[in-house]
Design a protein. Sequence first.
Lengths: 430, 469
Amino acid sequence: MKLSNLLERDFKIVEKRKILYIVPAAIVVLAIIMGIIFQFTLGSAVNLGMDFTGGYTVEVELSTKLTDDNYDSYASQIEDIFENLSDDDGNKYGLKVSSMQKQGSGETAAIYVRYQSVKEEKGVDTQSLMENEINVKLIEELNELFKITPSAVSYDGGKVTATYLEVISDPVLEDIKNNILAFSAENSLGITESDITRSADSAAVVTVNAQIAEEIKAAFAKALDVPEYGRAEQGEMISATVSNELLTNAILAVALAIVLMLVYIAFRFEVSSGVAAIIALMHDIIIMFAFIVIFHIEIGSTFIAALITILGYSINNTIIIFDRIRENHKSPLNKNLTAAQVANRSVKETLLRSINTTITTLIMIGMVAIIGVPSIRVFALPIIIGLLAGTYSSICISPSIWASWKGYLEKKHKKIPYTEKAPTENTQSN
Amino acid sequence: MKKKSSIIKLSIIGVILIIGLVFSFIPMNFGMTTFKSFARTIKLGLDLKGGVYAVYEMAETENTSEISSRMEGTRTRLENLLVNKGYTEATVVREGDTRLRVEVPDVDEPSKIFDIIGKPAELKFVLDGNTVLTGENVVSAKPGYDNESASYVVQLSLDSAGAAAFREATKEENRGKTISIITTVDGEDTTISSPTINDQIVNGKAIITNMESQEVAQNLADQITSGQFEVKLSLLESSTISPTLGERALMLGLIAGIVGLVLVMVFMCIIYRMFGGIASLSLMLYTVLMLFLLAVVPGVQLTLPGIAGILLSIGMAVDANVIIYERIKEEYRNGKSILASYYAGFKKAFWSIFDSNITTIIAGVVLYFFGSGSVKGFAITLLIGIILSMFMALVVTRGIIKWVLHINSTNPKLYNLKRGKGFENIEADKTDAQIEERERLEQEEKAEKRRQKEAEKAKKEGGAANETV
């Protein structure tokens, strides 16, 4: 059906309000049910991110080894270790990196990693699990990452040849020498510094002139390992970035904003319009929350920004329709219309605008969701839901609330008889 | 005549837009100075550009009773101090029991702020050898300029106990005595000034005068503020940090914005044809002005959600255009000429746009004044977006539509305007002669008023000149 045909037909938004109210109510009920399910299965109804819960940190000190060029490769290796960390039975802990940053420069350069505790489980002391088991394992595995280990070691009579995956630099060679000399001293092998050489053909091969007995080969191989200039160190626990103060202030500010907006709308329009607009606003925010709960999306500090954005958008949307209601309600041409008819007509007259504006805003934020990085998607998705909820509430909810309120008043004062089934209106006033 | 001047005006707008785009994105060299493009001057948040971090540790001399709540209080105060300095996106988190980690995005001289915080100043006001006030009585310390002493000052506002003590100290009997204002940094006392008591001060406001510069005043204010921290802190380490998301996220965000903008413009041109073209022009102007304002308004530190919010605001800026065009279409449908439809449509759309924007501005202002940290920062961005889009819709777009209509107001197809049932045969410019006549009269009336005003002004000035002789 063409849009223009739809516009020729009569609109009965107010009459169908009960059905239209059911949709958001159903979403909220679903969210409550899902919340309860998540509470029991995953340990929490809402998925709070590191910004809200705080967590642990690890500092991977790489010193001058870390450059802007190899940062990404180190970062992805570290991320792999976090994600694949598993207990003795091979079950993954489900640890996730929350954020990673290069910190400091030169000698002090390090990668600073923040991560959240594993999710709470019934009967498990999460904190003790984290601190006594997971973090210990994590540091061990991270330190493995920064070890230079030969990929092959061959023993050929009085000569040992160790082949490494990467070029052995002078300081690393120095470390290897020191390791071997220490091992030699311990086992009385009599190896001297001149016995250890870096191959002239390949800088990744180190040869040692020594006879190694079979039983100490394994121990000797260990001496060929060099800890690279990297060391993972467990940092302190850190608190949430979003402080309680910020949250309390934000909630109070939003509450005050709502009151002041209500006053402005009541002053410029009517009290009934103000109340209906605020209900629409609450509806949009609740639907956003419901969406977050239903899909168990992680809530970060960006969600607060998303809520504020929708707060502005929603009220904007509703006011445009109420402006038309105000105009139609005042117009002498419409003095025989009931409140419901005025609301229906106003929604119809502003429908093209509502649709076009929703399309343009969806194009913009949709592009962000499609093209952007994952963390921005977490921001864009709730906004998209908020936009759709805002459009829905401004068309299907707030005009009906206004009409019901007005209709009730009209009935009370017996100015105009208000009937549920209003006579079909004449859509063209001219 | 009108056609010609309209073409000129539109060309000027076009040139302004091109200059704006060039200045926004292309850096330039003027002789010795390099001019950074606006888009590059915008301050970016920790996620996009990184910044600096510092770890503070509780001073060893501190006792550890109720340490958790005292650290939390210190954390809050430190965060507020940074927000007051314009770093709305700065974060402060507690690390373990006795440390605070501060991260500040995009700063020029990080060591300065960190050093000052790490060197808290204890403050006392001494009269006749007795301490009447200490830093603990200070609610806030801010730099300022005092006209009376013609110097930079630190303005202190005192709590009720401090206000009472200060009132007592500056009472009648003590008139003529001096109060010494002493700060202690790292155990070293400095007498900053010793003002003479002239009047009793009852409002709980004290000022420290004779600061060398605004900067010195700011530093002392910060030191006094950190001197009030529940826990004395010393700087443990500080260095740079890279962004958590980085260049790629920023690039993708920009690409998303450009693609979205082009799609919106295409959409508008399809639906509203020439009006869509006008909307596209004003959208580009909006984007350029937005970049400019984000670069110059203090307190803006753009994070990735901030960018997404701005992109959304571009989508919403189109809204005002949509409202105006839909109104014009409606008026035209019911039999008015194109010009008449524009006048009637704009007049009706005006209050709709005005009221919706004012309501959102109310929300933005409240969030700015009562929100803290990043909420405040986001509110600034939101406010810039709304005020700008309101200005664009009610002033700029209006002008552009008018000029375009002066060039052609006889072809409804150009604007995708259609007559409604029963009005099919009315000419598109039927009543234009009347409207033009009215416009001409309005212009004349305005000119007449201006002449009258000027005449009055001249008369007044003449009179004033006579009086002084």
